[in-house]
Design a protein. Structure first.
Length: 438
């Protein structure tokens, strides 16, 4: 498509401002289950999203057809959509930042590795996992790879482009002992297949599974607690949602009016780091605003809210570069957020706690978490910790409390930070948590 022709046609039809985003995504998916290739698929898809200002109303369009014949369709749909748009929300087309931080984060080695090599890797990981314990009944290894080009351009002459790729591998293990069945998994991700330790991945997946056998229901009481990094990351996502300016401006954030106030333990520092090289690198957000690494919470003190263009304009500040598309509409979200890791290993945390409970899994987060008050009641499982060592597995318990109280009661922070998503935390030692069991 001739994009300049698209911008010219839009101007002729009365569209004052126009922004176009194009995502070209290539993906590969491989699943090996019970000794057989269960799935192999590859695809390439391009999607165009456009938004424009017509008669001071916003119009939107999405299409997977991108060629010369699409130009009139895009322009007409934006006009049609704007004419029926009764929203008072202002459309902001960004002219561009002064400086963008670009890095080469695309792995050509990953792209150029043949599918047959990736299939053999998946098969090898399956075989290494399956033989580690006689109680294993089923193993599934899935490999997914995505690589994309993201482009954004607008009628002010802004033209930006980024290219990223990476893989995710999930090893799921099912084991049976008597009438009891347990499930565990291990997730790894990255851009370099050559550094993977398949034996280590397999053994960790199996250990997470078989260590759950002979679990008990813990006694109901208040325990000192360690939250595993995956659990802490999930809870951190809810906690950080209150730093999003949209929620502050609507009055639904517990952090309204709390700038430069203490909102968490002084052990806690949380950074948004989109410029760190890796899977989540972003040099600009979906509104074309240049990203920067910045601190949200420093030693427990709330330093800033998180903004897109619209919310920044309301508060008369600059966007933090956190405007990302959600179902077509730009929302405020995180790209690469981390709770700063400590120096202590998980074993160190056990030793410090001595006796308590180690929570490794929670369920029902969306149903069991009150997003506004922060009160939660979640099904959980994990292990007792006795004399500074992980001991008896526990299951069929419920943990309850308040998420704001929880992050104010962090005593120590582990060093086991992993990239699990857009919001990540290492393991956390918490002063106490209420457990409902037997």
């Amino acid at each position: 498509m001739n994009y300049q022709e698209l911008f010219n046609r839009a101007k002729e039809k009365g569209i004052k401002e126009l922004e176009v985003s194009i995502i070209t995504d290539k993906s590969l998916s491989i699943t090996y289950y019970n000794g057989e290739m269960e799935n192999y698929s590859s695809s390439s898809l391009s999607t165009l999203s456009a938004r424009g200002n017509y008669n001071n109303k916003a119009g939107y369009v999405n299409t997977e057809k991108i060629d010369k014949s699409t130009i009139d369709f895009i322009v007409d749909k934006i006009i049609e959509n704007a004419e029926v748009n009764n929203s008072s929300d202002e459309l902001i087309i960004f002219k561009g930042s002064e400086k963008y931080h670009h890095k080469k984060v695309y792995s050509h080695a990953l792209e150029n590795t043949s599918p047959s090599v990736k299939i053999e890797l998946v098969k090898s990981l399956y075989e290494k996992t399956k033989v580690l314990d006689p109680r294993i009944t089923d193993v599934s290894v899935s490999y997914s790879e995505s690589g994309g080009i993201y482009e954004i351009m607008n009628s002010y002459g802004l033209k930006l482009k980024s290219k990223t790729n990476g893989f995710f591998i999930v090893v799921e293990v099912i084991a049976r002992e008597g009438d009891t069945t347990k499930t565990g998994y291990k997730v790894v991700n990255g851009q370099d297949l050559n550094i993977l330790n398949l034996d280590k991945i397999a053994s960790e997946a199996v250990e997470k599974t078989v260590s759950q056998f002979n679990s008990i229901i813990a006694e109901s009481k208040v325990y000192p607690c360690i939250l595993a990094n995956n659990v802490a990351s999930s809870l951190l996502s809810f906690f950080l949602s209150h730093t999003i300016a949209d929620e502050v401006q609507k009055g639904t954030s517990m952090f309204k009016g709390q700038l430069n106030q203490k909102v968490a333990s002084n052990k806690i520092t949380i950074d948004e780091r989109p410029l760190d090289k890796g899977l989540n690198f972003r040099s600009f957000d979906d509104e074309g605003v240049a990203t920067n690494n910045f601190t949200i919470i420093s030693r427990g003190i709330l330093k800033t809210y998180v903004y897109n263009l619209a919310t920044a304009k309301k508060d008369k500040v600059e966007s933090t570069g956190n405007g990302y598309r959600g179902s077509g509409k730009v929302v405020t979200s995180f790209a690469n957020c981390f709770l700063k890791k400590g120096k202590k290993s998980l074993d160190d945390l056990f030793s410090i706690m001595q006796d308590g409970i180690y929570i490794t899994n929670v369920e029902g987060l969306h149903g069991g978490m009150n997003g506004q008050s922060g009160n939660f009641s979640l099904q959980a499982s994990g292990y007792l910790v006795e004399n500074g060592k992980r001991s008896t597995p526990v299951s069929l318990i419920t943990i309850g409390g308040n998420i704001f109280t929880l992050f104010n009661q962090v005593k120590e922070i582990g060093n086991d930070l992993e990239l699990l998503g857009s919001v990540n935390s290492p393991s956390l030692l918490i002063k106490e948590i209420a457990v409902s069991g037997k």
